[in-house]
Design a protein around this ligand. Structure first.
Ligand SMILES: Cc1cc2nc3c(=O)[nH]c(=O)nc-3n(C[C@H](O)[C@H](O)[C@H](O)COP(=O)(O)OP(=O)(O)OC[C@H]3O[C@@H](n4cnc5c(N)ncnc54)[C@H](O)[C@@H]3O)c2cc1C
Length: 538
């Protein structure tokens, strides 16, 4: 057993007791830890098995951004993340295919970010998951797995020797090289680009000065412009948060296969800078040195029976800043569906919508990250022209907003059943301030408990009466809000809108559509469930 774990699968509802836990999570990094927390929130026993004995110190992501930041509010976690970051939100300018998208001038900037180095993020997520009662075992590697109609079994190599764990489901959150994906026979088609990216953070050397426009003045009087510079040999970029720090990035075509376990040295980075820039650059003391490659890949199936994949195990994007958002939101989509299966009320096909919805989200993220590859990798005149045209387009607010929305993943809309779904159906519920009989609240506050909610914003008694038949599985809340976007919102536990009644929608069509939507997402109404079904095999 590891030094840092709280060990065992935790106490939980009296279901599936013949198994060691409800859900085995392979990998306790951002995706696995977020899944553990989300599962515990909906009462599912979760056990995360992580082969590393402690959180990886290697700096990977420098922070999180996009829709995930909005979602944190729906779990009451924003303040905790901000405290862990301890830094102001960075200026909203983002790299996009070797260009810089400046969102600072947009009144409704769609892409927020939070600086939180990945080891700190993982520590925070572990704290949250553990508080909620998840089991996390570090130093425990899953070496094999098998499944049948009722269960899944993981063979584990732990510090005290091999052992087995059984559960109803297993989720591979085990990274881009995912052994779970391979063991489940899930293909991971795509490409790996023959380029190497190197990133270094240093103290600013005395001989270099940060100028007001973000460029660097060099000892010989020359200047390096802020942001990305295309050279004959690749891409070079600089950026600083303060006059005392220096961030440098290179990207060059290279087929060398580096061992991820061998860290990049300052000498290796200097050589890369010399090749790409054609000259030496003074560097201060290093605080972060990373080397990475890019691939564009996606699992062809996110589920095989009782085994599922999430995070980097399910997708790999060839541009930065979006992977954590995609991976952690996979888990938000998955957790409540697993809970529904385990509790026996999941309607047919519910768990398969995890693949449908999150594969679509991953494909959408691949679309713009691959477009970025085309923008950044071309070194000839035609590629320069493409970048120039793109940069000009990005001077227009609608284009910037569109790109910012894509980077944030805010353009992803899950397909919803039924004829003419409401324009909000399939999107993250807007953050509305609400007035209720019990006082002032908000959509975000209602979602902290991760329960389905029928939110009546127009006193539609006939629709509330229908939803009551799904009580206590679905909560009903009556409230008012300024400029209501719909009369009624049916909100899933992942804060996405399952169905909405348009303003003044006639009762006869709305009641039929609401009944269909409730059955589609939340199974049969309770009275019918008792009379027409036997307890489901969970
Ligand atoms: C240099 C760099 C910079 C990055 N910057 C950003 C950024 O700014 N923004 C962003 O969003 N993303 C960024 N990323 C990507 C981000 O780090 C990954 O998307 C993220 O780590 C994926 O999380 P994950 O939990 O899915 O997988 P991983 O972090 O890869 O974690 C998988 C875990 O599974 C464990 N594991 C594997 N096999 C087993 C097994 N058999 N048994 C038990 N445990 C196992 C591993 O030890 C590991 O801890 C960056 C990546 C790199 C390399």
């Amino acid at each position: 057993m590891s030094a840092t774990s709280n060990g065992d699968a935790t106490a939980a509802p009296e279901r599936g007791r013949e198994f060691d836990t409800d859900v085995i999570i392979v990998g306790a990094a951002p995706t696995g830890l977020m899944l553990a927390a989300e599962l515990r929130r909906v009462g599912v026993r979760a056990l995360a098995l992580e082969r590393l004995a402690r959180i990886r110190a290697t700096p990977k992501a420098g922070g999180v951004g996009g829709q995930l930041l909005k979602f944190l509010d729906y779990r009451g976690l924003t303040e905790r993340f901000e405290t862990a970051s301890g830094k102001p939100r960075p200026t909203p300018t983002f790299p996009f295919g070797g260009l810089h998208v400046d969102l600072t001038q947009l009144a409704d900037n769609p892409m927020e970010a939070l600086l939180l180095p990945q080891p700190d993020l993982e520590r925070l997520l572990e704290e949250i998951a553990t508080e909620l009662g998840a089991g996390i075992r570090r130093g425990h590697e899953v070496v094999d797995l098998s499944q049948d109609d009722a269960s899944v079994t993981a063979d584990v190599r732990g510090p005290d020797g091999p052992y087995r764990v059984t559960a109803r489901y297993l989720v591979g959150c085990d990274g881009v090289r995912s052994p779970v994906r391979d063991m489940a026979g899930i293909a991971f088609p795509g490409v790996t680009y023959p380029e190497v990216n190197r990133l270094g953070h240093f103290t600013m050397p005395e001989s270099v000065t940060l100028l007001e426009d973000g460029s660097y003045e060099l000892p010989d009087g020359g200047r390096l412009p802020f942001g990305y510079t295309q050279t004959d040999r690749g891409v070079f970029a600089i950026s600083s948060y303060t006059p005392h720090d220096m961030g440098v990035y290179t990207n060059e075509e290279e087929t060398t296969e580096y061992d991820d376990a061998v860290p990049m040295t300052v000498a290796e980075f200097r050589d890369s800078i010399r090749r790409v820039l054609g000259t030496d650059l003074p560097l201060g003391e290093p605080s972060r040195l990373t080397r990475f490659t890019y691939g564009a890949r996606q699992a062809d199936r996110y589920r095989v029976g009782r085994v599922l994949v999430a995070g980097d195990a399910a997708h790999q994007f060839p541009s930065g800043g979006v992977a954590l958002n995609a991976g952690m939101l996979d888990t938000v989509n998955l957790a409540w569906k697993l809970a529904a299966e385990l509790d026996g009320w999941a309607p047919p096909g519910l768990l398969d919508t995890y693949h449908d919805e999150r594969h679509l989200a991953g494909a959408r993220t691949l679309l713009h990250t691959q477009a970025q590859v085309a923008l950044r990798r071309g070194l000839d005149g035609a590629a320069d022209a493409l970048r120039q045209v793109f940069a000009e387009l990005l001077e227009d607010d609608p284009a910037r907003r569109r790109i910012g929305t894509m980077i944030a993943g805010a353009d992803i809309r899950y397909p919803m059943p039924g004829a003419n779904p409401h324009v909000l159906a399939g999107t993250l519920t807007p953050q509305l301030a609400l007035r209720t009989d019990r006082g002032v609240t908000s959509v975000a506050a209602l979602m902290h408990s991760a329960r389905p909610i029928l939110l009546d914003l127009a006193d539609r008694q006939e629709l509330r009466d229908i939803a009551r038949r799904w009580h206590p599985r679905v909560d009903t809340v009556t409230a008012s809000t300024d400029a209501r976007p719909a009369d009624v919102l049916l909100i899933r536990p992942d804060a996405h809108i399952a169905w909405a009644a348009t303003i003044d929608e006639p009762a006869d069509s709305a009641t039929v559509a609401l009944r269909d939507a409730l059955s589609h997402w939340f199974g049969l109404p309770l009275a019918e469930a008792f009379t027409t079904t036997t307890p489901a095999a969970r």
